[in-house]
Design a protein around this ligand. Structure first.
Ligand SMILES: C[S@@+](CC[C@H](N)C(=O)[O-])C[C@H]1O[C@@H](n2cnc3c(N)ncnc32)[C@H](O)[C@@H]1O
Length: 235
C-alpha cells in the first residue's frame, strides 16, 4: 500500500526544494541504473549500520529506494523525499520489496513528524545534499524517541591536503550542479558529534570508484539519550 502526503507548501519549508525538469529525472535514472554498482561498494557498511531494522522506519531522502532491501518484508517505510522525480520509481521499488510506503513530500529539515515518534531514522548519501545538515540532525533528534537510533551511510570531506580533498574542491561546482546540490566537502562526522546525541559510533572508510570525490565515507549509528527515569517513553 502506498500513501503520499503532499505537504510541500508548508511554511516551514524554506528554502523550498527545486523540482528540476532535467536534473530531477536524470538523478532518478542515475541512481536506479547505478544502484547495483553503489550497492556493491557500500553493502558491508550498510549491512552493519542498518542491521536489524525494525518494522517501521523513517528514511530521509529515500531516492529510488536503495535501502528497501535492508527493511524486513512487510515493514512500513515513512519516506521523507521532497524530489517528485524520485517518487514513481520509489513506489514501484517499495511494491516489489513488499514494503508499505508512507511517502512524505517534505524536506528532512522539517519532516512534519511528531516529537518522539520514531524508533529508527536512516539515511544514505543524503546529508551531503540537504540545505542544512545541522538542522536535519536537530530534526532527527526531535522525532526520535528516547533510546532511538539514527543510522547513516554518508560521503564526507577527505582529510586536508590529500588528492581526494583537492578533487573535491576542484569538482565542487560541476558536481553540485549535476547532483542537485550535493557537496563532497562536508564534515558530517563533526556535525553528528555536535548534534547532542548520547553516543555516536562512526566507521570511517574509503571506497575505490572513479568518482573520486565520493570515495571518503562514514557509516554508523547515533543514539538518543534514554528516557529520564520516572518518565514514560512515548508509545
Ligand atoms: C544522492 S541521492 C541518495 C538517494 C538514496 N538515499 C540512495 O542512497 O540512493 C540524495 C537524495 O536526497 C534527497 N534530498 C535532497 N535534499 C533533501 C532534503 N532537504 N530533505 C530530504 N531529502 C533530500 C534527494 O531528492 C535524493 O533523493
Amino acid at each position: 500500500m502506498t500513501r503520499t502526503t503532499n505537504l510541500v507548501s508548508a511554511p516551514a519549508l524554506a528554502p523550498a526544494f527545486e523540482q528540476h525538469p532535467l536534473r530531477g529525472p536524470f538523478n532518478a535514472a542515475f541512481f536506479r541504473i547505478m544502484d547495483p554498482y553503489i550497492e556493491h561498494h557500500l553493502r558491508p557498511h550498510k549491512q552493519r549500520a542498518f542491521a536489524g531494522l525494525p518494522h517501521e522506519v523513517v528514511e530521509l531522502g529515500s531516492g529510488v529506494g536503495a535501502n528497501l532491501r535492508y527493511l524486513p518484508r512487510g515493514a512500513t517505510l515513512i519516506a521523507v523525499e521532497p524530489n517528485r522525480h524520485m517518487h514513481a520509481r520509489l513506489r514501484a521499488a517499495a511494491a516489489r520489496a513488499g514494503v508499505a510506503l508512507d511517502l512524505r513530500e517534505r524536506l528532512a529539515e522539517s519532516t512534519g513528524l511528531p516529537d518522539g515518534s520514531a524508533e529508527t531514522v536512516i539515511s544514505s548519501l543524503v546529508l551531503c545534499t540537504v540545505h542544512d545538515p545541522a538542522a536535519v540532525l536537530a530534526e532527527v533528534r526531535r522525532i526520535l524517541r528516547p533510546g532511538g537510533t539514527f543510522r547513516f551511510v554518508e560521503h564526507v570531506a577527505a582529510p586536508d591536503g590529500t588528492p581526494t580533498r583537492l578533487a573535491q574542491r576542484v569538482l565542487r561546482r560541476p558536481w553540485a550542479w549535476t547532483f542537485e546540490g550535493c557537496s563532497c566537502e562536508r564534515d558530517l562526522e563533526g556535525a553528528l558529534r555536535a548534534a547532542g546525541f548520547a553516543r555516536v559510533d562512526v566507521e570511517r572508510y574509503r571506497v575505490h570508484t572513479p568518482f573520486l570525490p565520493f570515495n571518503t565515507q562514514i557509516a554508523g549509528v547515533a543514539l538518543t539519550p534514554p528516557a529520564a527515569s520516572g518518565t514514560r517513553p512515548p508509545r
